[in-house]
Design a binder for this molecule. Structure first.
Ligand SMILES: NC(=O)c1ccc[n+]([C@@H]2O[C@H](COP(=O)([O-])OP(=O)(O)OC[C@H]3O[C@@H](n4cnc5c(N)ncnc54)[C@H](OP(=O)(O)O)[C@@H]3O)[C@@H](O)[C@H]2O)c1
Length: 430
């Protein structure tokens, strides 16, 4: 049996505690798989006296990262603090100290993967981050290893459980946005400040990582076009259903003519589409490739034990190569350099809901502007006015159009005296 492998955790919160418990419960199994004991020796936390639901020795918790990063006995540093800083500094410091690193930090990986990969390479250590996207559902390893022989055409994903829970509630109960947000907060699915989830920031981090790995080209979070779910109302779900669609926050990336388009926004998605059926806090990632065509990864996207499954697997993977004394494989090589295409180049169908005066000729004026911009109407729904207001709601589905022409048309429609407001425009998923 080889000498024990020592693991230091930076963070022992939701995921870190799950990792510690998993190691405590499965120590014998892991030892058999690795051929050595794998021991979590220390964890950095802010509050050492917090009860974390596992037992440990008195000196287990440390209050300085350097006690782990610069500890010559630590082989693998596991960063589970979250946020960009100080996590990024600690990851860099660990790699420079020639420690292998496991992280579940989507923000650091979305913003700095190129630097992190090259630091790992130059220090001849490994960086693994399966937990950073889709929690317990494997997707990083399939992209990096199992689909290696494929050219990836596109990725479509539901990778934010909080918003998927909210949108599922809105679809099934026709509840409004604020009601489902409050419910998600009371269940602990949404933070008290839900911005990262509802504005698509969290999904954009994860899409940047998936795109980088899938297209072998660095895609940063800032390359991802992003729109959140805050403008959706209960009525959009009613109309979508009438039209045969569901509404989801989709993260999508594709490679066309050597240009990557990456975007996160709500979409109308045909009810028959597999992704339309992914409900609640679950995640799903669909990858479309030249060899396997479409493959779908579906499962829990967060949670203490599901995410610890991904993190522990990364630790075990590194431990096995340490025991085997196998050469350290290069981190993913980003061999491609593609341009990022603007959202204005997108072509798709559009759903437009607007509130207008309930008088003759409104649809004619709106469709005339759409026509002037080369946009034709595929169908529309008009709801009777509330007699008191004298206004009516109009829902228009366009045929496939370009984003630029739709935005130009919307500017002019907004100026029509008969139009009170353009309530929302939602793109339709391919
Ligand atoms: N939660 C999930 O389901 C999930 C799923 C997938 C990926 N992830 C990712 O996993 C990582 C960890 O998430 P989490 O939910 O476990 O977070 P968390 O519950 O907030 O835990 C963070 C841990 O880091 C410690 N910490 C934070 N800042 C620190 C600092 N400056 N100095 C010392 N210790 C510090 C905290 O100490 P205290 O406990 O003393 O406050 C806590 O133990 C994040 O990158 C997250 O995005 C989470």
């Amino acid at each position: 049996m080889s000498k024990p492998i020592n693991v230091g955790l930076l963070g022992a919160g939701v995921v870190g505690s799950g990792v510690i418990k998993t190691f405590q419960q499965k120590a014998a199994d892991i030892e058999r798989q690795v051929g050595a004991k794998v021991i979590v020796t220390h964890a950095l936390v802010r509050n050492k006296s917090k009860n974390r639901g596992f037992s440990c020795s008195d000196d287990f918790f440390v209050d300085s990262a350097s006690e782990i990063i610069n500890n010559p006995n630590v082989d693998i540093v596991v960063e589970l603090m979250g946020g960009e800083e100080p996590a990024y500094e600690y990851i860099k410091g660990s790699l420079k100290s020639k420690k292998h690193v496991v992280t579940a930090n989507k923000e650091v990986m979305a913003k700095h993967c190129q630097e992190v990969f090259s630091l790992a390479k130059s220090n001849k250590v490994r960086i693994m981050f399966e937990g950073s996207v889709a929690g317990g559902t494997p997707i990083i390893s399939p992209l990096v290893r199992d689909l290696l022989a494929n050219d990836i055409h596109s990725i479509r994903a539901i990778i934010n459980g909080t918003t998927n829970y909210m949108l599922t509630k809105m679809a099934k109960e026709h509840a409004d946005y604020l009601t489902v947000l409050r419910e998600a907060q009371s269940l602990g699915y949404a933070e008290s400040d839900p911005t990262n989830d509802v504005e698509g920031i969290d999904a954009a981090y994860k899409l940047a990582i998936l795109s980088t790995l899938g297209f072998r080209c660095e895609v940063k979070d800032t390359d991802v076009f992003r729109e959140g779910i805050t403008k959706l109302s209960a009525s959009d779900f009613v109309y979508a259903e009438e039209l045969g669609f569901n509404i989801k926050l989709l993260a999508m990336a594709n490679l066309i003519n050597n240009r990557i388009q990456a975007r996160v926004h709500p979409v109308l998605i045909a009810e028959s589409d597999m992704l339309a059926k992914v409900d609640g806090v679950l995640n799903a990632v669909e990858v479309d490739t030249d060899l396997v065509n479409k493959v779908l990864f579906h499962g829990p996207g967060a949670g203490s034990l599901p995410t610890s499954s991904a993190v522990v697997a990364d630790i075990v993977n590194i431990s096995r190569s340490l025991v085997a004394e196998s050469p350290i494989p290069d981190p993913i090589t980003l061999v491609n350099s593609y341009d990022i295409s603007s959202i204005n180049e997108l072509t798709c169908q559009y759903y437009i809901r607007l509130n207008a005066k309930d008088e003759p000729g409104v649809l004619a004026q709106v469709s005339s502007i759409l026509g002037d911009n080369g946009i034709s109407i595929s169908s529309f729904i008009q709801k009777d006015s509330e007699t008191s207001s004298g206004n009516a709601e109009l829902v228009i589905m366009t045929h496939t159009s370009t984003e630029q022409s739709v935005q130009d048309a919307l500017c002019n429609i907004d100026r029509l005296p008969v139009v009170n407001e353009i309530s929302i425009t939602i793109r339709v998923a391919d």
